[in-house]
Design a protein around this ligand. Structure first.
Ligand SMILES: Nc1nc2c(ncn2[C@@H]2O[C@H](COP(=O)(O)OP(=O)(O)OP(=O)(O)O)[C@@H](O)[C@H]2O)c(=O)[nH]1
Ligand SMILES: [Zn+2]
Length: 351
């Protein structure tokens, strides 16, 4: 296994190029910690990179592959280029501004982590599934803290999840006892990259620690205590776990605000879309039309009303997000031309 393969590289590559590649393992403000599988070094993007990047998505995130110029003596590097991504998990950044936030790049499997000692929320799981499909990764639903929950509740939760997560694997694990981790690893073979996503406190970091073994976490000292004296993850970081896979830990998300996802609606709501297609009229509004398969399915309990409403709500939300993003792009374009014409006026005046 070459050093880059240790970091998840899979393509054939020339020797000269090989020495110029590295993977982002964590992002700290404007500096990046990279690894080429042999060593870690800090890096910043080059001036030219900064100049040509046009938005947040153009900047490296954890999991990205970058072309670097290494300055070995200082364990530093300059990032010159970003390689195309195989997947990118994006959400609308927290706050008012219309802005994309890249959570992780080049992830094969997204583990959607839900704690069995927290509330169960189908709607939240649907949002994560949608965003995962949209990212280009494959979702796996993980119920954590299995040790804290009765067998009956576990069965109940799993059967409710099966109704809304069609075709998505569902597993249950305990970071505390290690139960179920072999199942988790079966979705994350050597060389693949996974990411743990979910709300705060669901046990993501505990899973990583158990997978890594205690000493590694302690020597790294990457956790910071929050006000309640708990360990809480403050940044995203990629770890190489003993089976040779890579796993990204992320800070808990309060809510997953969608950025895009239209293309993933069909995969996420296969059941609903299949019913829609069976309606007599192609443009059925599922209201009062005769031969409406959706309405029939809701009447006889095949399709839950909540699920159908969630489908409609997500559609509206995505349309709204899209309008906001289009408006923003239009404003930016206008401002660019304004600036250009200002500059030109200045030039003429100077003559
Ligand atoms: N009973 C039980 N408790 C667990 C388990 N895993 C984690 N916990 C507890 O749940 C709390 C949160 O665990 P973390 O691993 O820090 O959760 P996290 O998802 O990384 O949280 P953030 O870093 O805030 O996103 C801690 O008090 C853990 O001790 C488990 O498998 N069983
Ligand atoms: Zn209909």
């Amino acid at each position: 296994m070459t050093n880059l393969e240790k970091m998840g590289w899979t393509q054939p590559i020339e020797k000269e190029e090989h020495d110029k590649l590295a993977r982002v393992i964590t992002v700290q403000k404007n500096s990046y910690r990279l690894s080429d599988g042999n060593m870690e070094f800090l890096a910043q993007v080059s001036g030219k990179y900064l100049h040509t990047a046009s938005g947040t998505l153009d900047f490296p995130a954890v999991g990205d592959w970058v072309v670097v110029e290494k300055l070995y003596d200082e364990e530093k590097a300059v990032i010159k280029e970003l390689l195309p991504r195989t997947s990118q998990f994006i959400r609308q950044a927290a706050g008012e501004r219309t802005e994309a936030q890249l959570v992780a790049a080049n992830v094969d499997t997204v583990f959607i982590v839900n704690a069995l000692d927290h509330d169960f929320n189908s709607r939240r799981i649907e949002r994560y599934i949608l965003s995962t499909y949209e990212s280009g990764a494959t979702p796996v639903i993980v119920f954590s803290k299995k040790d804290s929950c009765s067998v009956e509740r576990l069965e109940e939760v799993i059967s409710s999840t099966e109704e809304i997560a069609i075709g998505v694997p569902i597993i249950s694990v305990s970071g505390k006892t290690g139960e179920g981790l072999d199942q988790l690893l079966s979705y994350l073979p050597s060389g693949k990259t996974g990411a743990l996503l979910g709300s705060s406190g669901v046990g993501k970091s505990t899973l990583i620690n158990t997978l890594l073994g205690k000493e590694i976490q302690e020597t790294r000292g990457i956790r910071e205590d929050d006000s309640k004296g708990r360990h809480t993850t403050t940044h995203r970081e990629m770890f190489r776990i003993p089976n040779g896979a890579l796993l990204i830990d992320t800070p808990g998300m309060r809510e997953l605000q969608l950025w895009e996802g239209e293309g993933a609606m069909g995969a996420t709501f296969q059941d609903v879309e299949a019913l829609e297609e069976a309606c007599r009229f192609k443009d059925c509004q599922h209201d009062t039309e005769p031969g409406c398969r959706v309405k029939e399915a809701m009447d006889n309990g095949e399709l839950s009303i909540d699920r159908f409403q969630s489908y409609l709500k997500l559609q509206r939300e995505l349309a709204y997000e899209k309008r906001k993003q289009d408006q923003k792009a239009l404003m930016e374009e206008k401002n660019k031309w304004k600036q250009i014409s200002k500059d030109q006026k200045k030039k003429y005046r100077a003559r």
